[in-house]
Ligand binder design. Structure first.
Ligand SMILES: [Zn+2]
Ligand SMILES: [Zn+2]
Length: 212
C-alpha cells in the first residue's frame, strides 16, 4: 500500500513545513538575532522586518512589478538551507522507507516554491489592474483571497499570520486571523498577560511609594 505511505508523508511534510515556516518567520525574520551564528541571521531580520514590512504596508501592500524597490524572495540560499535543516529527519526516513521517503523533501520543496510564488503574486498584481487567471473564478480565486487576506493582516500587524502558505503553526499558537481588526486568541492572551503584569508593577510601586 505505497499510496498510504505517500499520503501520510505528504501530510507529515506539510505540517512540518508549516511549523518550520512559522518558527523561521517569527524568530528569525521578526526577531533581531544578534548572537545566533555570530549575528549572521540579523541580515534576514533587517531585510524582512525593517525593509519588506514597512515598504509593503497598508496602501503600499500592492506594487507595480517593474517598480518594486526591494526583491521579496528569501534568496538563493533558502532552499539549500531548508534541505540541510530537514536532513536529520529526511536521512533516517530514507534509510527506513527507501526511495518513497523522497516524498518528504519534495513536498517541503513544493511548499517553499508555493511560498515564493504566492508571496510575489500577492504583492505584485498585474500592471494593467486585471485579475490573473487563478484570481478570476472559484475555487482558485477563493484560495488566493484566503492567502492574500492572511498576509495583508500580517503586514498590518506583524504578530499575526507567520504562515504565508498553510497556517498550521498559526493555528497552534493562536496567531491565525483573516481580519487584522480582530486579534486572534494567542495575541489577546499575551496582551492580557502584559497588561496584568504592568498593573501588578504599578500597584507594587504605589505600595512602595506609599510606605516611604
Ligand atoms: Zn509580504
Ligand atoms: Zn513578516
Amino acid at each position: 500500500m505505497i499510496w498510504i505511505t505517500v499520503v501520510s508523508l505528504v501530510l507529515f511534510s506539510i505540517v512540518l513545513a508549516s511549523i518550520i515556516e512559522g518558527l523561521f518567520h517569527q524568530f528569525i525574520l521578526h526577531t533581531p538575532q544578534r548572537k545566533l551564528f555570530g549575528g549572521k541571521l540579523y541580515a534576514a531580520f533587517d531585510k524582512h522586518a525593517l525593509q519588506h514590512h514597512p515598504e509593503y504596508r497598508a496602501e503600499d501592500y500592492h506594487k507595480v512589478p517593474t517598480h518594486h524597490e526591494n526583491p521579496i524572495s528569501l534568496g538563493p540560499l533558502m532552499w539549500p538551507a531548508t534541505m540541510l535543516f530537514i536532513s536529520p529527519i529526511a536521512v533516517p526516513l530514507f534509510m527506513w522507507l527507501g526511495p518513497v521517503a523522497l516524498t518528504f523533501p519534495i513536498t517541503v520543496t513544493l511548499y517553499y516554491v508555493m511560498y515564493e510564488i504566492v508571496h510575489w503574486h500577492m504583492h505584485f498584481p498585474r500592471a494593467d489592474g486585471q485579475p490573473r487567471w487563478y484570481h478570476k473564478y472559484p475555487p482558485t480565486k477563493n484560495l488566493f483571497d484566503w492567502f492574500d487576506k492572511r498576509h495583508y493582516a500580517h503586514h498590518m500587524i506583524d504578530d499575526t499570520n507567520f504562515n504565508v502558505v498553510i497556517p498550521v503553526y498559526d493555528l497552534i499558537i493562536g496567531h491565525y486571523t483573516t481580519d487584522y481588526t480582530k486579534l486572534p486568541w494567542g495575541i489577546r492572551r499575551r496582551k492580557a498577560k502584559a497588561q496584568a503584569k504592568s498593573e501588578r508593577l504599578r500597584q507594587e510601586y504605589a505600595a512602595k511609594v506609599g510606605k516611604e
